[in-house]
Write a protein that binds this ligand. Sequence first.
Ligand code: NAI
Length: 255
Amino acid sequence: MGRLDNKVAIITGAASGIGLAGAQVFAKEGAKVVATDVVADVLEEKVKEIVSDGGDAVAISLDVSKAESWDVVINQTLEKYGKIDVLVNNAGIHIAKGILEAELDDWNKVMAINTTGVWLGMKAVIPHMKKNGGGSIVNTSSIAAITGGFGDGHGAAYSASKGAVRSLTKHAAQWFGDDNIRANSVHPGAIYTGMVEKTGIKSQEEMGSNYEGRSALKPYAGEALDIANAYLYLASDDSKYVTGQELVVDGGWTT
Ligand code: NAI
């Protein structure tokens, strides 16, 4: 028996990194996975692999920052699977510019995807979760929401966007607890993924060596599966009495 048997789960940013690992783990645990991303062609390939490994999954193109794009995802999900039990708002971007270096466009782009996208996702699924008797929402924040970020590692808009995700999640938990809808945030530390690769860092080891001693645990950078397992816990009924919480998965960085 899987930990997500019979659950329909929408995951955003599922073509790469943490979101892809989440989609793979959820499918292995019996979920019907609605994998979404802006990069439709890459997503199609990844979802084909999940299906050929025996998973039940579908790929749907989604730009999280566009309300009409969410409408398409919701309609197609309900058409195929009839309900929505889980939403993982994982999609995100990072622009490594501080307060003085960032331009307004940088700020707006990061906020539109990392924060507005999370709000739009919750707004789109909550009415259906209510009808269905409940659900679990997992929003991806960051340790940047707790520490404010560091040096040139975290951009100003990024830290602010992830702080907003943290508080928006607690808001949702309080407003929709009566509807048996849970909302929790996950706060990854340094995790080697496509987002990090784009900055020129070539491996988990190289990423870790840049942060030597920052986390309590070695290696000093984690992997996508470490976060996917946190998503699994919060999506499953194992966490049925957990809501409004921040699950920090950072190897002890923020301790
Ligand atoms: P990634 O870059 O490997 O994956 C992000 C995915 O989001 C990509 O597939 C991308 O196409 C998709 N995406 C971007 N804009 C989108 C949009 N408008 N609509 C839909 N999808 C869109 O990055 P990673 O590392 O897997 O990040 C996943 C989440 O984890 C993000 O929210 C990120 O901020 C968060 N995070 C990552 C950390 C890390 O060290 N990798 C640390 C803390 C948080």
